[in-house]
Ligand binder design. Structure first.
Ligand SMILES: Cc1cc2nc3c(=O)[nH]c(=O)nc-3n(C[C@H](O)[C@H](O)[C@H](O)COP(=O)(O)OP(=O)(O)OC[C@H]3O[C@@H](n4cnc5c(N)ncnc54)[C@H](O)[C@@H]3O)c2cc1C
Length: 451
């Protein structure tokens, strides 16, 4: 091992972590004194914009994941769950499991890109009973649930129970919620053909949104278009409506008037459903909240160089970092586009630190925004133009297909889309495995030193 070797450790293999690793790989490809290391729970990058299409069965599960080892070939990869970060000792500790020893990794420079997880805003019953749309597992679970509900409803004679099987509630009118609701409707209408007693009118998909409009951040006309188009397709959209509880059978909602905190019984309502999909917000992962970094709203506070002020050489990027939009003075929305832009700046600044040159400030210029709403329709702000309907949907497909970084996955997704034009969705319901539980193991020294 070279004595003066500097180790850059990247935590998280999401959009931010992977983009940062790839930038650093090209910057330091011929520099044997720099060692790049990545630690992430999963050994793949999940292409989240296509997650709702996995949930609807349009895209095969494996086609939207990119193995880290194939896209960051010059980075040493550890598959593991981070237990804690010690910025004073410059150490990252990983959990052990029944099959995996816990380890510690030393770093000289650190990039924290641990992303976010679903935020239930303290509603324990919702957390226990709701489905989510954040991980690959979530998408597979939801798809199986939807098929299961159709199976149950087909033979159910009790009309109330049958109704609750066929009512699907999506909470949250952001990217994830709207795209999930659109895809869910497509799946239900497609799969229904195989269930002779279920008619189109029996199926109900409801979107609940606390704000007065869906898709905040989009041009208002486009958001309005998306809402009208989805309602035309039979998706109910209830704005200014907040969920107060969900016991697995019934979701209680409250209409928000001028004063959202007022408790007016006439504004409380309930929807019977067995399937509630919660996409109403994200919060940084617990590892960040428990860390020694200063946080606000759970996110790591960083300076204009994306560096953690108290710990020079430590950067935080993506969904887990708090960076205020200089125009609105509000945090940027958690998007892959921003995560990747921050990754580029962090990589440049790391390289500046190593080469003793000056760092650059993070400046964000949006390349546009787009969302698909089901049935070959979408909205897009693209190259300064506002586009809606089929063309926006087509642009979405082209742009996101181009963003998948490996050729084989591009082809697989393209083939899935093409097959979907000619064939019905598969309605086989798969049984799933349980998540492995964490288990404390004896802590060993840094792996390099052990083997
Ligand atoms: C359904 C859906 C649709 C979306 N659509 C869009 C879209 O169309 N356009 C867009 O710009 N954005 C979209 N987003 C948002 C986008 O996915 C996120 O903003 C983006 O993933 C943030 O990147 P990140 O690298 O910060 O975090 P992530 O991509 O979440 O990556 C974090 C990584 O850290 C790992 N990790 C977390 N905790 C630990 C731990 N303790 N130990 C080890 N590893 C850990 C995770 O496994 C993950 O690999 C969508 C999100 C969802 C859920």
């Amino acid at each position: 091992m070279v004595k003066n070797k500097k180790k850059i450790v990247i935590l998280g293999g999401g959009f931010a972590g992977v983009e940062c690793a790839r930038q650093l790989e090209s910057e330091f490809s011929n520099n044997s004194e720099i060692e790049l290391v990545m630690v992430s729970e999963d050994n793949f990058l999940l292409f989240t914009p296509m997650l709702p299409q996995v949930a609807s069965g349009m895209i095969e599960t494996r086609h939207i994941v990119l193995p880290i080892r194939t896209i960051c070939e010059k980075t040493k990869f550890y598959e593991g769950r981070i237990k804690n970060i010690d910025p004073y000792g410059k150490l990252v500790n990983l959990w052990g499991t029944g099959d995996k020893r816990s380890i510690s990794i030393h770093y000289d420079f650190l990039v924290v890109a641990l992303g976010s997880e679903t935020n239930f805003f303290g509603m324990a019953d919702v957390e226990k009973n709701a489905y989510t749309m954040k991980t690959l597992n979530d998408a597979v679970m939801l798809r199986n649930r939807v098929i299961d509900m159709l199976e149950q409803a087909e033979n159910e004679t009790n009309p109330i129970l049958r109704k609750s099987f066929l009512n699907f509630v999506v909470v949250g009118g952001g990217f994830a919620g709207i795209e999930t609701a659109g895809e869910l409707m497509d799946l239900l209408l497609d799969a229904r053909k195989h269930y002779p007693t279920i008619h189109k009118d029996d199926i109900r998909v409801v979107v609940l949104e606390a704000l007065p409009m869906i898709l905040p951040g989009f041009n208002q006309k486009l958001a309005e278009f998306a809402k009208d188009k989805m309602m035309e397709r039979g998706i109910e959209i209830r704005l200014k409506t907040a969920v107060t509880s969900f016991d697995g059978n019934e979701v209680t909602v409250k209409s928000l008037g001028e004063n959202p905190n007022s408790m007016d019984e006439s504004k409380v309502d309930a929807i019977r459903t067995k399937t509630l999909v919660w996409t109403a917000g994200v919060t940084p992962v617990n590892t960040i909240k428990r860390s020694m970094f200063k946080t606000e709203r759970g996110k790591v506070i960083i300076n204009e160089y994306l560096e953690v002020p108290e710990f020079p050489g430590v950067f935080a990027i993506g969904d887990c970092a708090l960076f205020l939009d200089p125009d609105t003075k509000r945090p940027f929305a958690p998007t892959a586009q921003i995560a990747e832009a921050q990754a580029k700046t962090a990589a440049n600044n790391l390289s500046a630190l190593i080469q003793n040159s000056s760092k650059e400030k993070f400046e964000y210029h949006s390349k546009g925004q787009m969302a698909i709403i089901g049935k070959r329709s979408g909205i897009a702000t693209f190259m300064g133009m506002n586009i809606s309907g089929f063309w926006a949907w087509l642009i979405w497909r082209n742009v996101y297909l181009s963003k998948i970084s490996t050729f084989d996955k591009k082809v697989r997704v393209f083939l899935d889309w093409t097959i979907d034009l000619f064939f019905d969705r598969d309605i086989s319901r798969l049984k799933l495995m349980k998540r492995e539980t964490e288990k404390e193991y004896k802590l060993l020294d840094e792996v390099d030193d052990v083997w």
